[in-house]
Design a protein around this ligand. Sequence first.
Ligand code: DC
Length: 221
Amino acid sequence: MKTVNIAIDGPSGAGKSSISKAIAKELGFIHVDTGAMYRAIGLYALRNHCAEPDLIAEQIEKIDIELKFIGGVQRVLLCGEDVSDYIRSPEVSMAASKVSAVPAVRKHLLDLQKKIASENHIIMDGRDIGTVVLPHADLKIFLTASAEERASRRYLELREKPDCPPYEEILKDIQQRDYNDMHRAIAPLCQADDAVLVDSSEMGFHEVVEHITALIKEKLD
Ligand code: DC
């Protein structure tokens, strides 16, 4: 079966995951959040004190990552354990950013990502989907927004929580992760030559979903 593959890349906090999820629901596709796979490896590194590049590379063959889709919603399994609810903390974010720069980690996940894409109609989001994982994707989107806009969206999401960090700290964290993702030696975050740029700084959530859905429908017609 020829499967439809849509690649959505962009920096942290651009809304890739929630937007991809909404589009996938609308089109009846599977949404694959590749960041969750790196996060699961980041969690393993924290739990086993092996976040340093040499240590995680040594252990990588033991780290079994699996995705399950329950009612179209992705769950990520780390060595058989569903860790989906434990991978969103700031500590895991930083660990994921660190381990994602290790070539052995990326290689470990690449085959799995390609396999899922070859077997399903998918919207896959990440940093290197259009450039490395699915270079022949049917459509590539580079979804971005200014760092300030991404930080203020995150701040609005968190501000009711008792431990909400100040806006400046959130902005600094986003800028640090952008720098890490764009400057690593392997599969850095960058826009593929044939990707469509969508800057959502001045757009609402539904507007972005409608815009990208229309681009996909146009492409598949
Ligand atoms: O999208 P996210 O914030 O959940 O991603 C977590 C980390 O994983 C982030 O630092 C970038 C990295 N990542 C990556 O290197 N390549 C991908 N395809 C997806 C995520």
